[in-house]
Design a protein around this ligand. Structure first.
Ligand code: ZN
Length: 305
């Protein structure tokens, strides 16, 4: 059963990147952390090194990115890093950062996947826990919706439909595993419209934003020289964001997400609804979950099937 125990990093690892909003250089170091400690952030640029835990109750706003905060101390753009932790099955890490935001890197989760894999993963002794969905819940906002229903594994079925030639009717479904996350999701970059990027910059936002860390599109086409990494990179990035937001629950969810045009705000409405509806889920350990089907980490499930 030790295949489905919690994991942390084997050793510490650092990187330097740019903050999307401030444009400042950000230093980040990830450290191994004890069992059941979850993902915690430490703002090393503030005296007393305040700690901000990655949890739903610490979400302070969800406009454009997910921002966490405790006692007025905030940390933005956590979702791509959190997505990488969930996607690779990492439960406990302490992340030191010397800025108000996590570095944007290339706008995807791939650089974080690279760092985590370079540090290596270490199995811990306590069992991994999951939220197993037992009743469906649903939230919507105009033409956007997001639902979560019982399923045998973590499935995300996402569609987008914007009034833009590159973004009409894109949909993608994943049955999440580490391999699929790494190969099909982690490289998808965040995206923005040129006119929106110009507006943000005029207003002192997205100072670090460039073609190096986002797909930028004008009315007709992708402006990045190298084009897209996947034909449907936009919807895959929406899945990457959803995985990151859901990770704030503290444990992976076993259930099927069905999303249409959802973003950080609606993602968080669904998670809040889920927490208010305790009959909709059950907290289980990996050992309780063993069934001859693929679950969250199919390679582990297969061994015992
Ligand atoms: Zn994103």
């Amino acid at each position: 059963m030790n295949l489905l125990t919690q994991r942390t990093l084997k050793r510490s690892i650092s990187c330097i990147g740019i903050g999307l909003h401030t444009g400042d250089k950000v230093h980040m170091t990830m450290h191994p952390a004890p069992e059941d400690s979850g993902i915690t952030f430490v703002r090393t640029d503030i005296s007393g090194r305040p700690v901000i835990k990655a949890s739903l109750e610490n979400v302070v706003h969800t406009r454009r990115a997910t921002t966490l905060g405790v006692n007025g101390i905030t940390l933005s753009t956590v979702e791509h890093l959190l997505s990488a932790f969930t996607g690779l099955g990492v439960d406990n890490v302490m992340v030191e950062v010397d800025s108000v935001e996590i570095p944007i890197m290339d706008g995807s989760a791939a650089p974080f996947v690279f760092l985590i894999k370079t540090a290596g993963l270490k199995k811990q002794n306590r069992p991994k826990k999951f939220y197993v969905i037992e009743q469906s819940i649903f939230v919507s906002d105009q033409d956007k919706y997001l639902s979560l229903e019982p399923a045998q594994e973590l499935v995300i079925d996402f569609s987008i439909n914007f009034d833009h030639p590159l973004l009409e009717s894109q949909s993608y479904q994943v049955n999440l595993s580490r391999k699929i996350f790494e190969k099909e999701i982690s490289r998808a970059r965040t995206f923005g419209f040129l006119q929106e990027v110009e507006y943000l910059k005029k207003n002192g936002l997205a100072r670090g934003g460039s073609l190096d860390n986002a797909i930028v599109i004008d009315h007709f086409r992708v402006l990045n020289e190298g084009g897209l990494r996947y034909e449907d990179e936009f919807v895959r990035h929406k899945i990457l964001d959803l995985i990151g937001d859901v990770s704030l629950m503290g444990s992976p969810v076993i259930g099927r997400f069905k999303a249409h045009k959802s973003g950080h705000t609606l993602n968080h409405s669904l998670l809040a609804r889920l927490m208010e509806t305790p009959e909709a889920w059950r907290r289980m350990t990996a050992a309780d979950l063993f069934q001859p089907t693929e679950f969250y980490q199919p390679e582990a499930a297969r061994v015992t099937a």
